[in-house]
Design a protein around this ligand. Structure first.
Ligand SMILES: CC(C)(COP(=O)(O)OP(=O)(O)OC[C@H]1O[C@@H](n2cnc3c(N)ncnc32)[C@H](O)[C@@H]1OP(=O)(O)O)[C@@H](O)C(=O)NCCC(=O)NCCS
Length: 359
């Protein structure tokens, strides 16, 4: 299978592949001239929008396609991703998505957005594995297929930390489970013992998403060059006598992505989320001798004491646990101009932006 630029002359294969994909789903019908005439000349269509059209070609001709084009706000849209049924399971969609992401990145894109019909569940699993999360409202096309589409998005370049709402959290279960499993395998003492089955890890993140939906916790995800590699949570203390407290939980960075400042960014994100939620006392506990201790000390957290044999390391040996706390100022306080006026510090702006919801 090789990747090449698509041509208007690929129309016959394009129409055949897209039509067959739609026919796999009940109620999906193609009205070529009425609704998708662009399939007759996709290279021109993408070109007019300043975008690109790629084709994956095997020995028997085109087996998959994808388009992309820029929006005005720094996003590139990935569109018309279709792989012929007989070519699936061989990484063709991965190759096509990577082509779009590489192209968009080279063109200066900050993020990639896409729309996917609510019926295309296989596609959703594919996008979610690649770090795309549900982003914002659904749209109804009013077409003959009665299409209702989910929006997906992901940041594309460098390190990005963002809060996930409940829909985004539920769509991030697969990559978050991979991060958790990798951390447990690598020796982290984070509630679970190895081997941690994928189904159990996914069940954990689904429950976290439910907690986000109930407003009990804030979930942050960290992307590195478009892949989800880290996460942290802020659990808002439910006790009525602790309305000012929240706990940092499950601070995890994939072993392959450590020591690049991702943990530090996630921790800053939880502190910002706490400030926004009006929680001024943050607490956490972490295994003595684990990497977390270094991170929390480096970020100015105070030690509050240690309990021997509190938990187990993944190898089954007892793990002492150290408690940390940090006080943060509520957001209203932090947003006030510094005494004497003047601009807010640059670092503050960055933190605010880092935890914004993905658009
Ligand atoms: C703890 C963890 C989240 C840190 O993630 P990270 O992305 O590697 O952290 P950062 O790169 O942002 O590190 C920030 C600072 O923390 C300190 N630090 C982090 N890991 C360290 C380590 N292994 N040794 C020494 N210092 C370390 C350093 O001061 C570092 O700054 P520097 O790299 O400029 O020296 C990651 O190691 C992890 O997921 N560990 C397993 C899970 C775990 O134990 N989580 C804590 C549960 S409470």
């Amino acid at each position: 299978m090789r990747l090449r630029a698509g041509r208007d002359g690929d129309a016959e294969a394009v129409i055949r592949i897209v039509g067959a994909c739609w026919a796999e789903y009940p109620g999906c019908v193609m009205d070529l001239d009425g609704e998708v005439p662009e399939l007759r000349a996709l290279a021109s269509y993408a070109g007019k929008r300043g975008g690109a059209f790629f084709v994956a070609e095997g020995d028997d001709g085109p087996a998959g396609l994808v388009c992309c084009w820029p929006h005005e706000d720094g996003a590139w849209e990935l569109a018309k991703m279709y792989v012929a049924r007989e070519a699936r399971g061989r990484g063709v969609a991965d190759t096509l998505a990577r082509a779009v992401e590489d192209h968009a990145r080279a063109e200066g894109a900050e993020r990639v957005v896409l729309w996917s019909d609510t019926r295309f569940e296989r596609a959703h699993r594919f996008y979610e594995k690649r770090g795309y999360v549900r982003a914002g409202a659904l749209r109804a096309l009013g077409d003959k297929s009665n299409s209702i589409e989910f929006a997906y998005a992901k940041p594309l370049r460098g390190i990005a930390v963002q809060a996930l709402d409940a829909a985004a959290a539920a769509s991030a279960v697969a990559p978050l489970a991979e991060v958790l499993i990798a951390c447990v395998e690598a020796g982290a003492s984070v509630s679970f013992m190895p081997p941690l089955p994928a189904a159990k890890a996914r069940g954990f993140w689904r429950e976290v998403a439910r907690g986000v939906a109930r407003g009990e916790r804030v979930l942050l995800a960290a992307w590195l060059d478009g892949a989800i590699v880290g996460t942290a949570q802020l659990a808002l203390a439910p006790q009525e006598n602790q309305p000012h407290r929240a706990e940092v939980q499950k601070m995890l960075v994939h072993p392959a992505a450590r020591r690049r400042g991702i943990g530090r960014r996630l921790l800053a994100g939880t502190e910002q989320a706490a400030a926004t939620a009006g929680r001024t006392l943050l607490t956490l506990d972490t295994g003595v001798g684990g990497e977390g201790e270094h991170l929390y000390r480096a970020a100015g957290w105070q030690e509050a004491g240690m309990i021997p044999g509190y938990a187990l390391w993944p190898d089954g040996t007892p793990c002492a646990t150290r408690f940390f706390y940090k006080r943060v100022q509520p957001a209203a306080h932090r947003d006030a101009p510094p005494p004497g006026g003047g601009a807010r510090p640059e670092a503050h702006h960055r933190r605010v932006n880092e935890t914004g919801h993905i658009r």
